[in-house]
Write a protein of this length. Structure first.
Length: 741
């Protein structure tokens, strides 16, 4: 047996739950004190414990761990309740509230009447409960029903944990299926991958194999195909050619086409998949929601592009030359010919794309457009895919801007939008910035919400990384020929003085950036070949060199961007090292531990998913300003985070929405800009050393960009422009879409 507090192998403890210190109502993560025979002190047990109450006898399986703050703890990996054997145990068990409707006083009277047979009578002969004063037939029936629910919960927990399901996931399964959980999991364990958040195909497959499901089972083939298409969607694909899908499924499932091909047909017949012939790609297969989104976006955008201007305020003729002359006089600048062309197109045409790299004046064009049309167009909306991008758009235009989700009135409970074809946006012009980030599902929702009289202007850099979600909307809209496209190529003199801008364009052209140091330079390359030296140098650059030389705050002004999560200079390792360097533990920095992560007062944190109630968005970065009641002895843990001057509170259950923000992947930084960006380049990141990724990372910097790494890795990134083309069909669908209403 491992010594208490010393990490070791799995062991089993039996004891009585004396006190629940903390229990999450959502995840049932519990901190409990357990009395174990032959131990003088109570044991602290932590883990997902559903359906337990003080007085419950437990058999716990798990491992000893040592928490830095709270000492020795028994980390529960599985558990089961044990029916109390003594009269005193039964009374305490029932009086703990494990069965709603029975409190300490009623428990005392029940045990006084029935003694050691109390639990058996509650479960098998509840009519006898009326022998106790205060219990009528109706109350006896309610007690019986709740007792059965409690026993069913315990049965489900024992069954699921016996097949390798953790207590936390077992609780989610119980909440989803209730008393039907065992039957559903036995009949088709692959439903778990579809219905339960956090359980993917591989976990469901492991449960299925534990239950004896054959590798060739039809349900396994169907679930595996959906899983493979889901992984392809995660890589940005809208569909897969059938041979490619079957090849990937064969590798994942280790079964032949004689199993897979009938499964594809069944899924198509059930409406889960769509099969169609797409040009020279031959037969292709899509997940039904992705196919519907792409087809809907093409139909609606084609209709919008071909709809004549209505005879309303939108149809008012605009004297573009006179309007631009007024804007130039007020702004004290002269628009370049490309900029004038872009503004004129956006003011006149129904669907317009304005694209170009850094320093080409996209922001100036948007400001000029708004100044030009704000008289004739009284209803103008501005939006962007992320909160940070929307905030920047509002700051640069001095007009309200919001995320696309908020614009469309996203409904988190249903996953739909309040704005659609039946309830369109009240606008004559919609301008969307950072449009390269829009995936096909979101774009379909935008198209559905636009009235036919509106104009749509998409502004973005098509050469940046495509959207994280499936599709390549901006590139496909450009390729379709159904939008007016203005490509901006002229870099303006002020921007051209920035090495960040000039080197970004060099990288885009496939040329190495200028690495020679210049006076007042804003772009630096620090050569380091070994990943350990890269890590060491980056910590020094962020924590010391940049603050000392440029006066920038390492928390608020400097952002590390890296190609990968893992590895010696991946976001996880860099984030941990930067936290230790910039915000080390100490008496003045209280902590809140959530799984493997420790959130500390002063930490830089990242929101990793949209929260519509808190008005915080995926990609928002903030600082931990307070920890309230951060003690394991209280059920009131709260982290308070400052997001750009607005404080937002997070309970322990909500911390999964946060990650450390010291180092981000380049994908996470899309749509954001930072005063200073520091980027590692090592050959270990070979698979992700791509030109558009490096280009995107460099263009996130406003005042300073520092590359740390090897010349070989830099060369690989600049030369590698063979990123896999995403399988999409939006451009062709849009080109072929009918026009007008």
């Amino acid at each position: 047996m491992a010594a208490e507090g010393t990490p070791g192998g799995e062991e089993t403890l039996e004891g009585t739950l004396e006190q629940i210190v903390f229990q999450s109502p959502e995840s049932h993560f519990t901190v409990a004190r357990v009395r174990v025979a032959a131990r003088a002190e109570l044991v602290t047990a932590v883990g997902g414990l559903a359906g337990v109450a003080e007085g419950t006898d437990l058999r716990l399986s798990g491992r000893w761990v040592t928490d830095r703050k709270f000492g020795a703890q028994f980390k529960v990996e599985s558990y089961r309740t044990v029916t109390p054997a003594t009269v005193a145990g039964i009374e305490r068990y029932l009086g703990s509230g494990v069965i709603p409707g029975i409190g300490p006083e009623l428990a005392r009277r029940l045990v006084a009447r029935f003694g050691a047979e109390t639990l058996e009578i509650v479960g098998r002969d509840p009519a006898r409960l009326t022998e106790v004063d205060g219990i009528g037939r109706a109350r006896a029936e309610r007690i019986r029903e709740r007792w059965q629910e409690q026993r069913a919960l315990e049965d489900v927990m024992v069954f699921l944990q016996g097949h390798g399901v953790s207590p936390a996931f077992a609780n989610r399964i119980w909440r989803r299926y209730g008393t039907d959980a065992i039957g559903i999991v036995r009949s088709n364990p692959y439903r778990l991958a579809l219905d339960i958040a956090g359980i993917g195909f591989r976990s469901a497959d492991a449960i299925a194999r534990s239950l004896g499901v054959l590798a060739t089972a039809p349900a396994r083939a169907e679930a595996g195909l959906l899983h493979v298409l889901g992984e392809l969607a995660d890589d940005g694909h809208m569909h897969a050619p059938t041979p490619s899908l079957l090849a990937a499924a064969r590798e994942t499932l280790a079964v032949g086409d004689e199993i897979l091909e009938p499964a594809v047909l069944r899924l198509v017949g059930a409406g889960r998949l769509v099969a169609e012939t797409l040009g020279d790609r031959g037969e292709c297969v899509s997940l039904a929601p992705l196919h519907a989104a792409e087809a809907r976006a093409a139909l609606l955008l084609g209709r919008l592009a071909g709809t004549a201007h209505a005879k309303t305020a939108v149809g008012v003729d605009i004297n573009i030359d006179a309007g631009l002359a007024r804007y130039e006089a007020e702004a004290k600048l002269v628009l370049a010919p490309q900029q004038r062309l872009a503004v004129a197109a956006a003011a006149h045409d129904k669907v317009v794309v304005i694209t170009g790299g850094p320093g080409v004046g996209k922001t100036t064009i948007v400001r000029a457009l708004l100044a030009l049309v704000e008289g004739p167009f009284s209803r103008i909306l501005l939006a962007s895919p992320t909160g940070r991008a929307a905030k920047r758009l509002a700051e640069t235009t001095l007009r309200p801007a919001m995320t696309i989700h908020r614009l469309l009135e996203y409904q988190p409970r249903t996953g739909g939008f309040g704005r659609d074809e039946a309830h369109p946006l009240d606008c004559e012009l919609l301008v969307i910035d950072e449009a390269s980030m829009i995936d096909t599902l979101l774009f379909a929702a935008v198209c559905a919400a636009l009235p036919p009289t509106a104009r749509l202007v998409l502004v973005g850099d098509v050469d940046q990384l495509p959207s994280v979600g499936p599709g390549r909307v901006l590139a496909d809209v450009i390729a379709s020929g159904r939008a007016t496209v203005v490509r901006l190529t002229q870099v303006f003199r002020q921007a051209a003085q920035s090495a960040i801008v000039t080197n970004a364009h060099r990288v885009h052209r496939g040329e190495l950036p200028d690495l020679e140091p210049h006076e007042d330079a804003d772009f630096f390359f620090i050569e380091r070949d070994e990943p350990a030296r890269v890590l060491e140098t980056m910590l020094e650059v962020v924590a010391e060199r940049i603050p000392r030389r440029f006066g920038l705050d390492p928390f608020t002004d400097v952002q590390v961007l890296t190609p990968m999560h893992k590895g010696e200079v991946g976001s996880l390792r860099l984030g941990a090292e930067l936290q230790a360097r910039l915000n080390p533990p100490g008496p003045s920095r209280p902590e809140l531990v959530r799984g493997p992560r420790t959130f500390r007062l002063g930490d830089k944190v990242l929101q990793v998913k949209n929260d519509y109630d808190k008005d915080v968005w995926n990609g928002d970065v903030g600082r931990v300003t307070r920890l309230e009641s951060a003690s394991p002895d209280k059920n009131e843990h709260r982290l308070v985070i400052d997001f750009d001057g607005r404080e937002v509170g997070y309970s322990v259950d909500e911390l999964d929405a946060l990650a450390h923000g010291y180092a981000l992947t380049v994908h996470k930084a899309q749509g954001s800009e930072y005063p200073a960006v520091v980027i590692p380049l090592v050959t270990q990141h070979f698979m992700l050393l791509q030109r558009n990724l490096l280009y995107t990372a460099i263009t996130r910097a406003r005042r300073l960009c520092v590359l740390v790494g090897s010349r070989k890795a830099l060369g690989i990134a600049v030369r590698t422009d063979d990123t896999r083309l995403r399988w999409t069909w939006l451009a062709r669908r849009l080109a072929d879409a009918p026009t007008g209403l």
